[in-house]
Each structure stands twice: as structure tokens, then as C-alpha cells.
Write a protein that binds this ligand. Structure first.
Ligand code: SF4
Ligand code: SF4
Ligand code: FES
Length: 500
């Protein structure tokens, strides 16, 4: 524990320690005791409205005291019971009340498999509804935004989503209207939840299946998928994320095999010093980045050639260059950058000059930067790359005889005429295709879902990502490519007189 003031207390008869000011639910979590909760969220204020976190406090006079653990501060010597018979009965009754009007349509609900209400029902209730009354049917699929549907029947009015927009994203775009069993979550008057760059976080923090991502509806059930840890490359914040994709055990054989590779969804992976538990919507849409049409063939002036031949020709050109210029990718991993540095080390600053360039720039309509997470540099590893070579100022030496462009963001028009242009790229989408065809030599390289690596974010925090699928046939890993070039680049300079 830190040097914060602490208090000794007991939880289920076991001695435990709380920081002064901590609530029972917080101290219990650190002691390894999970108290059920719906409305409480560690990053949000405490409304105390769901009552599922009820605990018992033993009193010296023998009369027990019941209160909600999310709002009750720990006091010295306090004796908390989270599993007494009365606490269990109160939880069962609370679950009966919370599910009074719930449609129990788990079979068609996207949250099924990771729904807290479903889990708590089996853990803390397990009985059929005791109510003989007809359920109150609320709005079924209300269009909250272009990205999010709201199923009011499943909503338990915990207000996490409302508080998120007030306390985290700042849009204040959601509100609770009406009262009692007529209460509904609705857009707040005069606010635009569709313009909230962090809106999709409410889907994660909704403890039930009331808030649904439109793009994930009717895709793979969550239990068919697994998460691979990764880093969002959308900006230099480098938020840590989980990339969800189909498990090998549930591989499809009868449908489109591409579904086995597809990025099903992206969720935040909590890292306090980087992004906490949040990401912006750009991370949710990473499939639009990673699943662009791929470049899979080595080419010479647009014509396919065997990849080994292209690797050898590129090595020969770079080794024989009098004045090579290299534009280094700020989407390259630290491992790739180290391999680049090792391969070119003997020539950097002499026959080879290298600079870090931006691969991606802000797009129209994109939030460029804000006070929460989003930063203006749309590249995940510029800081890691700058540890090896300086930043590019947008110009290249007119006498460069070989130019190597690693990654995206440099049009053919920016390169000196007459130089032999080598490009390393991953995508064949229209933004790149023309430049690839114009290159004298093109080599296809892997993307971050196909290899392991690390990025260094703008504050110097290093986060790792893992690959979860093989690169397409013919596609190289840039790290291996630099290692393959290293012997040729380590040889003495071929041109008499050394660097120009
Ligand atoms: S929509 Fe979800 S997060 Fe919002 S109040 Fe309802 S249950 Fe809570
Ligand atoms: S803030 Fe940047 S790194 Fe984080 S999720 Fe958004 S685009 Fe990705
Ligand atoms: S978690 Fe304590 S009242 Fe909801």
C-alpha cells in the first residue's frame, strides 16, 4: 500500500485494510471480494440507484445494519458481511425487482455471454419471476445514433451511460426522462450524442444489452470470439485495446472463410497511464483501417515479380546508392525500427539519410484533438521512430539516387524525379495503388494484426500488440526484410570515394 492513511476492518470475518475515504465496494475489491454492482462504475460518480450491492454491517448491539456498499465509507474496525443469509435474500429480491419488466430475450441479445444481469441472475437469483402482472413493454429498438441502438426494455436505468456523457466525454448528450417504470434513456435536449467521439464506450459500460453497436448486430456471438491484445494506431495516444476475432475452435467451414479472419469488434483494454478504460470511436472502426484491400505482390514498375528477386534488387540498389533517402514509417513497430537501425547503421548519415514521416494525417470530419484522449498526431509510433532518425521536413535532396519509402502518406509527386523509388507498403486501396504502380520496386509488408510488436506513445509509454492471423501469402515482415538486407548494407560501399 502507498503512504495514504489506512484503516483496518473486517470483511466476512477476514481482516482487511482500506484507504481512508474508500467505500466498502472499493476496499472489498482490493481485498479480492467482489460485491455485485450495476450502477457503480469505478470511473463514474455514485448514484446508488440499483441497490444490488447491499451488504450487512455487524453492530456491537447485535442489531445488523444494511446499506449499499458502493456509497458506504469504510470505518475503522467495521465488520462487513457480503454473504450473510439476509444479504443473499436482499440480493435475490433486488434481482426480482430489476428484472420485473425485463423481456428476458437473451437468445437474441448481443450482450448475451457478457451480460452482468444474466450472470447475476444465475449467481444471485435463479428463480422465475414471482410477478403475475403483465410486463411493461418499453421502446424496443430506439435509434440513439447512427452507431448505437437502444433497447429500453432491457435497460435497468442504472444511468451509467448518462453519467459517462456528463463526467467523461463531456457531451452531456444523454438523459433519463419520465419516472418509475416509465423512465427511459433519451438524447438530451439540444445535445448531439452522434457527435460524441467517445459514444461507443456506453456500449461497454452498459451492464445489460440495452445499448447495442449497430455494426456488431447479428455478427458472431461473443462466445465464438476471443480477444488479442493490441494498440490502437489511430493516434499517438496509443490506447490499449482488445481485437476480437473468431476462435479457431469455432472456425466456419460452410460460410465465407473470410469471416474466420474478420475483426469482429474492438474494445478498450484498461491501462491507467495511457487511456484508462476508454477509447474513442476511431478504435472501434479499426476494421476500416486493417481490412482495406491488401497489396500482396512484389512488383517492378507495377508488374508482378518473384518476391525474392525484388528483395535482392532492392538490397543491391540500396547498397550501391551514392545518396539514398529513406522515409521511415511512424506505423513501424519498435522491433522493426531496431531492425532498420541495425541494417542501415553503417550508412546512416553518410550514403543513406533517413527521416521519420507521418503515415497518416487527420481526415475530414475527424476530431483532431481534445482534452480527453485524442491527439493531433495520427501515427502510433512517431516517438519510437524518432529515437532512431530525425523528423522529416517534407523535402528530399534533389540528388537522391535511391529513395526508400516505408509505409503510407508520401505521394509519388513528393519524390525527386530520376531517383530509383522503392516502396514498402501493405494496402492496395486507391490512396496507395497509384503510388505503388509508380514505384520502381514495391514490396508488400505485414500489418500489426499479423505480427507481434510494440509502439512507444507520445508520453514514452511502451505498449505491446500481438498478431492473430498470418499475413497473406507473399507478404513479408518488414523486420525480416531489413535483416535480409543487412549483409549487403554492411559490405563496404560499392562506389569509389564513398558517400557523395
Ligand atoms: S442504457 Fe444501459 S447504461 Fe444506460 S441506464 Fe440503461 S442499463 Fe444503464
Ligand atoms: S485516442 Fe487515439 S489511440 Fe486512443 S482510441 Fe482514439 S484514435 Fe485510438
Ligand atoms: S452498485 Fe451500489 S447501488 Fe448500484
Amino acid at each position: 500500500m502507498s503512504d495514504r492513511k489506512t484503516l483496518d476492518f473486517f470483511i466476512n470475518g477476514v481482516p482487511a485494510v482500506a484507504y481512508a475515504g474508500e467505500t466498502v465496494i472499493q476496499a472489498a475489491r482490493r481485498a479480492g471480494v467482489d460485491i455485485p454492482h450495476f450502477c457503480w462504475h469505478p470511473q463514474l460518480s455514485v448514484p446508488g440507484n440499483c441497490r444490488i450491492c447491499m451488504v450487512e454491517v455487524e453492530q456491537d448491539d447485535g442489531e445488523p445494519w444494511f446499506d449499499i456498499g458502493c456509497n458506504m465509507p469504510v470505518t475503522a474496525g467495521m465488520r462487513v458481511l457480503t454473504e450473510s443469509d439476509t444479504v443473499k435474500k436482499l440480493r435475490r429480491d433486488t434481482m426480482q425487482f430489476i428484472t420485473l419488466n425485463h423481456p428476458v430475450d437473451c437468445g437474441i441479445c448481443n450482450k448475451s455471454g457478457e451480460c452482468t444481469l444474466q450472470d447475476y441472475h444465475y449467481e444471485h437469483n435463479g428463480r422465475k419471476s414471482l410477478s403475475a402482472d403483465t410486463k411493461n413493454h418499453a421502446t424496443k429498438f430506439y435509434s440513439l445514433t447512427d452507431r448505437i441502438l437502444l433497447d429500453n426494455e432491457r435497460c435497468i436505468m442504472c444511468t451509467r451511460c448518462v453519467r459517462f456523457t456528463h463526467e467523461v466525454s463531456g457531451s452531456r448528450a444523454l438523459a433519463a426522462v419520465q419516472r418509475g417504470d416509465h423512465a427511459l434513456i433519451r438524447p438530451a435536449e439540444g445535445a448531439d450524442f452522434g457527435a460524441d467521439a467517445y459514444s461507443d464506450n456506453v456500449i461497454d459500460i452498459c451492464p445489460v444489452g440495452a445499448l447495442l453497436a449497430r455494426k456488431d448486430l447479428a455478427n458472431a456471438r461473443v462466445w465464438y470470439t476471443e480477444a488479442t491484445p493490441s494498440v490502437c494506431p489511430g493516434c499517438a495516444r496509443g490506447c490499449t485495446v482488445d481485437l476480437w476475432h473468431r476462435k479457431a475452435d469455432w472456425k466456419l467451414t460452410a460460410l465465407d472463410p473470410a469471416l474466420n479472419q474478420r475483426l469482429e469488434r474492438v474494445t478498450p483494454r484498461e491501462t491507467p497511464e495511457v487511456n484508462g478504460p476508454w477509447v474513442c470511436n476511431k478504435a472501434r472502426d479499426l476494421a476500416t483501417v486493417f481490412e482495406r484491400p491488401r497489396a500482396t505482390e512484389a512488383t517492378v514498375r507495377g508488374r508482378p515479380v518473384p518476391v525474392a528477386d525484388a528483395v535482392a534488387v532492392a538490397a543491391e540498389r540500396l547498397a550501391g546508392a551514392r545518396a539514398a533517402a529513406v522515409l521511415v514509417s511512424s506505423w513501424g513497430s519498435n522491433e522493426e525500427l531496431a531492425a532498420f537501425q541495425a541494417a542501415f547503421a553503417g550508412r546512416l548519415g553518410a550514403a543513406v539519410r533517413a527521416w521519420v514521416k507521418a503515415d497518416h494525417h487527420p481526415q475530414p470530419g475527424e476530431v483532431v484533438e481534445d482534452a480527453l484522449l485524442i491527439v493531433a498526431d495520427k501515427n502510433p509510433n512517431r516517438r519510437g521512430a524518432l529515437a532512431h532518425v530525425p523528423a522529416w521536413d517534407g523535402t528530399l535532396p534533389a540528388d537522391a539516387d535511391v529513395v526508400l519509402v516505408w509505409g503510407e502518406g508520401v505521394p509519388a509527386s513528393a519524390l525527386p524525379a530520376g531517383a530509383f523509388v522503392i516502396r514498402l507498403g501493405s494496402y492496395a486501396d486507391p490512396a496507395n495503388a497509384a503510388d505503388h504502380a509508380a514505384a520502381d520496386l514495391f514490396l508488400p509488408v505485414s500489418i500489426q494484426t499479423e505480427r507481434d510488436g510494440h509502439y512507444t506513445n507520445l508520453h514514452g509509454v511502451v505498449s505491446g500488440f500481438r498478431g492473430y492471423r498470418a499475413p497473406p501469402p507473399g507478404v513479408l515482415h518488414a523486420e525480416a526484410l531489413f535483416q535480409a538486407w543487412a549483409p549487403a548494407l554492411a559490405a563496404p560501399l560499392a562506389m569509389a570515394g564513398g558517400p557523395a
